[in-house]
Design a binder for this molecule. Structure first.
Ligand code: SF4
Length: 718
């Protein structure tokens, strides 16, 4: 051990102290996990640990993490997918751990939470130093007054808050209201230039994080820190990714770019105050062309670039470039914060519009993308344009630059090439495809939106996240089909670069739970919930006396089941959307007779120990929808490369969600119950082995009589 490293108690001793202090019981899986995390940190080898519910996995990684921070004097970053887990760590686990370990370590462990810049109140913008973006005149008057009330609440809170953290505002406020008080990292003036820089909430949060042993953040900010060439998180060499099964999806969201008439209009409004009318008008016209085109096009994946879309994207890109040029040098107003704020806000959205249009063209291959000439991002005369100062850290609103080149030129698309890759056959084209473009239908005030996302984020994660730090990935669900390989592939990890460990679960699954597959039912159809499914659900709920969480693969099915069963059953039936989800879960947990039906967020977000949750019903295997653009494109891409697209994408997605859904049943050592899957394919399809191997090892049956009997017995005992 290097001389300057303090002698610290071993991980096992610290864990015992921590478990005793929180009044828990030390479990073999927890000790095994803590030792494995310690070994990974020491050997600098990435580790994936599956730890079932009840293992106490947060202590199992926090204890070795805190020990490493005390020894190395560097922070350890812990990243989560959900705010609920962030809260649990910061409000419950870490304060108790700090108390427990204080006397055993050289200093009391310090911890902090760090979010993206847009989550903190911007004092400069609040003092009206920057433009308000909203096109209020287009709003429905009811929405305007609701937004107005939220704005007033934010203003009142702004006078009192000590952290500026949006999550303090209860009840929460809409994005639209919040945007008037916050900036993205790229819009921020930078602490050096900003008149409010010394009191900036985001800067203060960063400062606190810089002094902490453990910094809790989210997957999005972790990804931005890894991918950008400026640091967002404090210096660290170890990251723990909890809820790691969500990592690839969260990173994909961060790097998904979007373009719509609304984005272009925002750019026009911001640029319109600063450039000549004719230049802004050109962008407005391009935005109108985009609106007309997207409004008339069918939603879904865009596999080849239609000539009209190629032309419009080129027009948008070039018009945005003209505005950027007309704005002049980026650091022109460095001594005039008010103007600098306006210009920075304009540059940010114009850069996004330009880069996203270019990225979309590039997605169809070099012939569509155009070679372009002109300003590259790094050619800009502003050394600050790459957000090199400390004030420019945080989230980027959408996408990443596909290349550093900023193009004003004309490519094949602009000159009318009908498809992206000239002359290439479809398969070769598919193999080389790196990104997928799709059109999302407009909803309410949200116009039709074109999106672009990478087919895989594995390469990006491998280079940027796993490259220069040790990463511990953990979740209750990492082994799909019995191995970690599917998720390791999504993360871009190759064999030999990581170790996998399943520490199991303290629950006795075969004795405490039954997995029932209703093989006598027909396969689920495309047209809603079959009548036989409704009958089966009714019988199961009657046998359980309520106590049921219904996990449906679509909101339509959840609503149909609720409607049909409210007439037939005497137990209270709640459906997601009736009220805020948190409120519904509370009601469900508080009354054993109550049932709760819903879709995606309930599959992963319900933690109800005790008799209120005795039966989990799953209506069908949750494959991605066939028209899911990203999943279908990924599937096709794997197939073009000779792999099994269905297993690599659709079955993997379904296995993960099924395992999460089935995991809702046992949440404490005393829990017992049934997971009922109505879709018979779980027992009969050729891929069923893979799915079944992904689930907790419940006792299995296909006999409806046995299950109803078991439910009656269980509820009689409660
Ligand atoms: S430094 Fe940036 S985030 Fe902070 S107050 Fe100034 S503009 Fe707002």
């Amino acid at each position: 051990m290097p001389k300057d490293r303090p002698e610290l108690p071993p991980v096992e001793e610290l864990l015992t102290a921590a478990v005793t202090a929180v009044g828990g019981v030390e479990r073999p899986g927890q000790v095994k996990m803590a030792q494995a995390v310690r070994d990974a940190v020491e050997s600098e080898e990435h580790l994936a640990v599956q730890a079932g519910t009840g293992t106490g996995k947060s202590l199992a990684y926090l204890v070795p993490a805190i020990r490493h921070a005390a020894e190395s004097k560097k922070a350890v970053v812990v990243s989560t997918a959900t705010i609920a887990l962030q809260r649990q760590l910061v409000d419950r686990d870490l304060p108790r751990l700090a108390d427990a370990l204080e006397g055993l370590l050289p200093h009391r462990p310090e911890f902090a939470i760090l979010k993206g810049r847009r989550n903190y109140l911007c004092r400069h913008k609040t003092a009206a130093g920057m433009p308000e973006d909203e096109d209020d005149q287009l709003f429905d008057p009811r929405e305007v007054s609701a937004t107005g009330r939220m704005v007033q609440r934010i203003q009142d809170w702004a006078d009192e808050t000590e952290t500026g953290d949006r999550d303090e505002i209860v009840p929460g406020v809409s994005d639209q209201a919040w945007r008037q008080f916050s900036v993205t990292a790229r819009e921020c003036l930078g602490a050096q230039r900003c008149p409010s820089g010394a009191d900036c909430f985001a800067e203060l949060a960063r400062e606190r994080a810089g002094e902490a042993d453990v910094v809790v953040t989210n997957h999005a900010l972790l990804a931005i820190d890894a991918m950008e060439d400026f640091a967002v998180l404090p210096e660290h060499d170890v990251v723990v990714v909890d809820e790691a099964h969500e990592l690839a999806d969260r990173v994909t969201s961060v790097v998904t770019g979007e373009l719509s008439e609304a984005t272009v209009s925002l750019a026009v409004r911001r640029a319109g105050r600063l450039v000549e009318q004719g230049v802004a008008d050109r962008l407005q016209e391009a935005g109108e062309d985009l609106r007309a085109l997207l409004g008339a096009a069918p939603p879904g994946r865009v596999d080849t670039l239609p000539q009209s879309l190629g032309l419009t994207l080129s027009l948008v890109r070039d018009a945005a470039f003209a505005c950027i040029t007309a704005l002049g040098p980026r650091n022109k107003d460095k001594d005039d914060p008010e103007n600098a704020g306006l210009r920075k806000a304009a540059f940010t959205v114009l850069d996004d519009v330009h880069d996203t249009a270019q990225r979309m063209l590039d997605a169809f291959g070099p012939a569509a993308g155009g070679t372009g000439t002109g300003l590259s991002a790094d050619d800009s005369d502003d050394p600050d344009s790459r957000a090199s100062d400390s004030g420019s850290s945080g989230t980027r609103s959408s996408g990443t630059r596909s290349s550093g080149t900023r193009s004003s030129g004309t490519g094949a698309a602009a000159s009318g090439g009908p498809t992206g890759r000239a002359g290439g056959d479809a398969e070769a084209e598919e193999i080389h495809r790196a990104e997928v473009v799709w059109l999302e239908e407009g909803r309410g005030r949200v116009p039709p939106t074109l999106r672009v996302a990478p087919l895989s984020v594995g390469g990006m994660l491998r280079d940027k996240l796993f490259g220069d730090r040790t990463v511990v990935l953990t979740s209750a669900t990492l082994a799909l089909g019995g191995t970690f390989d599917s998720l390791a592939r999504q993360w871009g990890l190759r064999p030999g670069e990581w170790t996998g460990l399943d520490v199991g679960s303290p629950f006795d699954h075969p004795r405490r739970g039954i997995l029932y597959v209703a093989t006598h039912l027909p396969q689920p159809g495309r047209d809603g919930l079959p009548e036989a499914y409704v009958d089966e659900i009714a019988e199961l709920i009657e046998a359980a006396g309520g106590r049921t969480l219904g996990l449906f693969s679509s909101m339509r099915a959840a609503k149909a089941a609720t409607e049909a069963l409210r007439e037939r059953l005497d137990v209270p039936l709640l459906c997601q959307g009736d009220d805020a989800t948190g409120q519904l879960v509370k009601q469900f947990a508080g009354d054993p007779a109550t049932c709760l039906f819903g879709t995606l967020s309930l599959w992963q977000g319900v933690d109800v120990p005790g008799p209120s949750l005795t039966l989990v019903i799953i209506d069908r295997i949750p494959f991605p929808r066939p028209d899911d653009p990203l999943a279908s494109a990924r599937q096709r891409h794997v197939a073009a490369k000779g792999g099994n697209g269905f297993m690599a994408v659709a079955a993997t997605h379904a296995a993960l969600l099924l395992a999460q859904g089935a995991g809702r049943l046992l949440r404490s050592m005393d829990d017992r119950g049934v997971v009922a899957v109505l879709d018979p394919r779980l027992a009969t399809a050729r891929y069923s082995g893979f799915l079944l191997n992904s689930l907790p090892p419940y006792w299995r049956t296909t006999d409806p009589g046995k299950v109803r009997e078991a439910l009656r017995r269980l509820t009689a005992d409660l």
